[in-house]
Design a protein around this ligand. Structure first.
Ligand SMILES: Nc1ncnc2c1ncn2[C@@H]1O[C@H](COP(=O)(O)OP(=O)(O)OP(=O)(O)O)[C@@H](O)[C@H]1O
Ligand SMILES: [Mg+2]
Length: 505
């Protein structure tokens, strides 16, 4: 037998609402198998049922020839299933070594952890991924991307038969994706199977053998990637006819030739430290200005400077004609908003409902004579749930129960509802499915058309090239030039990024 895993007719409900209602998947040994579907389709739930995080209500699982009744993630690991979850379950305050070795530390005399050996092994594992970092430092001091690779390194080092990756590349840049793909191919060649969840459909054609599509808690088909097309995959996810979709126009919408309004914001020759040493930009009303750059180019640092998180060591920011904010609170009062890239640390409040998370920053505006206008609040929340297609049982559902992509949409809605003059969006569509991504891009365009301005940061070149009116190109903490739409292509952007000298377009 070459089949490693067979999940059959899996059912799982939460509070009576079905998340999985007859989902099946079969994975061969040494195969890279993709799992796709819209936000909330049930991909992560399928994985959590397999790994014993959730207990299934029905269905069978055969793993490695035996009926599988895993009840804890730890058991899953012991039988050879290693998982990198969508939400990284690492401990940021602990060292890199502690995170990689957690639970598997080399011992001396059977009890004491042999730290020298632990550090050495960790370094060795990470070097296989081309990561050369100080393993004694807290993991949290490194970028999300590095943390992601550390999680993968940990999983892979556990000698697995099946490695599960739930959206592993969403926070990686192009070169890191390459490293990851190298690792995936290495695993496959060693006979290990990989279950790969991703919203980047192009990626699948590069790295996966077969793909299973999910829709509304069910699996609707499994095909070889060599025998399908992107359009067919999208049609399967949406449950529509490919021709219909081709016509309905998943067509490109270009960044407009901006109708430039009044200047909202300027940054002149600003610096905040070594990671942002010389940055210039201007934002007008009605405009989306993209920040282009590779990881570490200083995009997030630029956003933090504009939002008053990091103090300037040089230069000047002008905000609607007035001075720069000295703190995020001041920035918000001055009409700025900032959707951060790290939704877990700075974004959602897991215990609160979708409604509460969405209107968090909005309550002052909804208050009349000391009373919150609940009817208006609900109306507004419903409007954004509909506009962004947020999949939730109702607006009182705790946000932690939403799928990853839907949590991201709530955060975006929080800021849009607040209507800041200037909205900084750091990776606004991370983890969002292809259909919703398009919707969100339209909503952002709509937003600036109403006279606001948006600063857009995205690692996806396509999103920048299509969505921004102008792109400020950053390299090693400096803005090195600017590209203008119409006329920006991915090729031009990549070229600009590759050059450290000034660029013009
Ligand atoms: N702990 C939970 N409690 C209640 N409902 C849940 C829970 N976990 C998942 N769900 C629901 O199950 C459905 C499937 O969610 P799941 O996380 O599996 O989606 P997904 O396909 O991984 O989506 P995404 O692409 O956004 O990550 C969603 O409607 C979600 O709200
Ligand atoms: Mg998910």
């Amino acid at each position: 037998m070459t089949t490693l895993l067979e999940m059959n007719a899996i059912r799982k409900a939460f509070n009576g609402v079905a998340a999985l209602s007859g989902a099946s998947i079969a994975i061969e040994r040494g195969e890279v198998h993709a799992l796709i579907g819209q936000n909330g389709a049930g991909k992560s739930t399928m994985i959590k049922v397999l790994t014993g995080v959730y207990h299934r209500d029905g269905g069978t699982i055969l793993f490695n020839g035996a009926e599988s009744v895993l009840t804890t993630p730890r058991e899953a690991q012991a039988t050879g299933i290693a998982t990198i979850y969508q939400e990284l379950n690492l401990v940021p305050l602990r060292s890199v070594t502690e995170n990689v070795m957690l639970g598997y530390e080399p011992k001396r005399l059977g009890t004491f952890i042999n730290w020298r050996e632990a550090h050495r092994r960790t370094r060795e594992i990470l070097m296989r991924f081309g990561i050369d970092i100080d393993v004694k430092m807290p993991l949290g001091s490194y970028s999300t991307a590095i943390q992601q690779l550390v999680a993968i390194a940990r999983a892979v080092s556990l000698d697995a038969k099946l490695v599960i990756m739930d959206e592993p590349t969403s926070s990686l840049d192009a070169s890191e994706v390459k490293v990851l793909f190298g690792v995936v191919r290495g695993l496959r060649d060693a006979g290990v199977s990989v279950l790969y969840v991703s919203h980047f459909l192009d990626e699948l054609f590069e790295i996966c053998d077969r793909v299973t599509t999910m829709r509304d808690g069910q699996t609707v088909g499994c095909v070889k990637l060599a025998e399908t097309t992107k359009l067919e995959l999208i049609a399967g996810m949406l449950g529509r006819d490919p021709d219909e979709i081709a016509q309905a126009g998943m067509t490109e919408f270009g960044g407009g030739a901006a109708k430039q309004g009044e200047v909202l914001l300027t940054a002149q020759d600003i610096a905040t430290g070594p990671r942002l040493s010389k940055f210039d930009m201007t934002l007008h009303r009605g405009e989306i200005v993209g920040l282009g750059g590779l990881l570490g180019a200083g995009r997030t640092e630029a956003a933090r400077a504009l939002f008053g998180v990091d103090a300037l060591t040089r230069g000047k920011i002008t905000l609607k004609g007035a001075g720069a904010p000295n703190s995020p609170a001041e920035a918000i009062r001055a009409g700025l908003g900032f959707l951060t890239e790290d939704r877990k640390a700075e974004g959602i409040i897991p215990g609160m409902s979708v409604r509460e998370n969405l209107t968090l920053a909005l309550l002052p505006k909804l208050t009349r004579n000391g009373q919150i206008d609940r009817a208006r609040e609900r109306q507004l929340v419903q409007k954004y749930i509909d506009a962004l297609g947020i999949k939730t049982a109702d607006m009182e559902q705790p946000i932690r129960e939403l799928s990853g992509g839907n949590q991201q949409k709530v955060l975006l809605a929080r800021w849009l509802a607040n209507e800041p003059d200037i909205l900084i969006l750091d990776e606004p569509t991370r983890g969002v499915d292809v259909g919703a991504k398009r919707e969100i891009q339209m909503i952002i365009r709509d937003y600036v058309d109403r006279g606001f301005g948006v600063v857009l940061i995205s690692s996806e070149f396509e999103e920048l090239v299509e969505g921004a009116d102008r792109i400020v190109v950053l390299n090693e903490g400096r803005s090195i030039g600017e590209l203008k739409n119409p006329g920006i292509t991915e090729h031009k952007l990549v070229q600009a990024l590759a050059h450290t000298d000034e660029v013009t377009a």
